[in-house]
Write a protein that binds this ligand. Structure first.
Ligand SMILES: [Zn+2]
Length: 377
């Protein structure tokens, strides 16, 4: 990553309201000791497709080329050359909190990787897993978040597989009082925690490693993931306790490392599809006023979020578009889209398939569609 880009991202981090960096130097706990409730979510306008729209600090979510989670392709993602050394002391109990976006255990320990010591700050849960290994997802993923003395972040990401014959006792003990933190902002204590089985698993299993990003806003780059090739077991009862509390908190799979941000690609394709739809109606791709908007629930949407311009779809599919009240004036952007449609009239069409949805779009509008994206996200 370009150094100035990295500096920009790091300077924005204190604005983050993210669980993945919770209790690290980038997001220290408030002096009041209150459990911080995340301001992002996994559904609708608060969900991952709109994280970049929630705050300018989250721009990496839609522009970065090294976003997490990814599908771990064993033929591409390398293995850690030597096993790390983990030292996670047993504790009689640990603080266990519901942040709204995840449930989290505050604990201590160290992981030493190639001579660098990372301090364990917390671990939290994602259901289903965020990463996939050789395309396969897992029911549960635990992120053990570490920070070095220089502020570098490393996450040991453990996959869990359902088992009818065995389980990981650590999770049984963690969830002993989970019924007491069913509401975001609440906390309780875990049972006695013994990390022995987890430490042995990490130190004896081949470990994938790559440099990716936070999987939650602000999606900042530069984070090292360490992911055991094999999952740990979890029984159905423990898994269901976790799932019913977390509900769903998995960011969609990102593009391969170094390739275009998949949200950027999707926005470009969507803009092209709208132009095509406009052509189908008006014959010349004329941009018109936005579709009707529906107000989000009070207090649910940050005031700085903006709505993209909308080129009218065919009448049969003109469903209302949900957007915040603070939408920017549309005419200027609509003009840009209109201009784009006009200049792209003679271009060869390109077939785009994004997340299973395929559209034939003109090639030329892509450049301007990207400008539309930059203006409004
Ligand atoms: Zn996480």
């Amino acid at each position: 990553m370009h150094s100035s880009h990295r500096l920009l991202l790091l300077s924005l981090l204190p604005l983050a309201l993210s669980s993945c960096i919770d209790n690290t130097r980038l997001k220290p706990r408030a002096a009041t000791g209150a459990v911080p409730i995340s301001t992002f979510g996994y559904t609708g306008l608060l969900g991952p497709l709109n994280w970049a729209g929630l705050s300018p600090a989250n721009s990496a979510c839609s522009t970065s080329l090294t976003q997490s989670p990814i599908n771990i392709d064993p033929s591409i993602i390398s293995l850690l050359p030597s096993a790390p050394v983990l030292d996670f002391p047993s504790v009689a109990a640990a603080e266990f909190e519901n942040l709204g976006s995840t449930i989290e255990v505050i604990t201590n320990g160290t992981t030493t990787i190639d001579g660098t010591t990372f301090n364990l700050k917390q671990f939290h849960f994602h259901a289903p897993s965020e990463h996939r290994i050789n395309e396969e997802f897992f029911p549960l993923e635990v992120h053990m978040v570490h920070e070095s003395a220089t502020g570098e972040l490393a996450v040991v990401a453990l996959m869990f597989q359902l088992s009818s014959t065995e389980t990981t006792e650590l999770l049984t003990k963690v969830t002993e009082n989970i019924d007491k933190i069913q509401t975001p902002g609440t906390r309780t204590e875990t049972g006695a925690l013994d990390f022995g089985a987890v430490v042995e698993h990490v130190q004896t299993t081949p470990l994938f490693t790559y440099k990716g990003s936070l999987t939650t806003p602000p999606c900042a780059e530069g984070l090292t993931f360490i992911i055991p090739q094999a999952p740990l077991p979890v029984n159905v009862e423990t898994f269901n306790k976790i799932k019913s509390t977390v509900k769903f908190n998995s960011r969609y799979t990102q593009n391969d490392l170094g390739k275009a941000n998949i949200l950027d690609v999707g926005c470009t394709a969507a803009a092209g599809a709208k132009i095509e739809a406009g052509k189908a109606v008006g014959g010349n791709g004329t941009a018109v006023a936005p579709a009707p908007v529906t107000q989000p629930a009070a207090g649910k949407q940050p005031s700085h979020s903006v709505a993209p311009p909308v080129v009218a779809p065919p009448a049969a599919s003109a469903a209302p578009v949900e957007a915040p009240a603070s939408a920017l004036p549309v005419p200027k952007a609509s003009s840009a889209v209109k201009e784009e449609a006009a200049t792209g009239a003679g271009a060869q069409p390109v077939h785009h398939c994004i997340m299973g949805a395929c559209h034939t779009v003109p090639a030329a509008p892509a450049r301007r569609a990207r400008r539309w994206f930059q203006l409004y996200v």
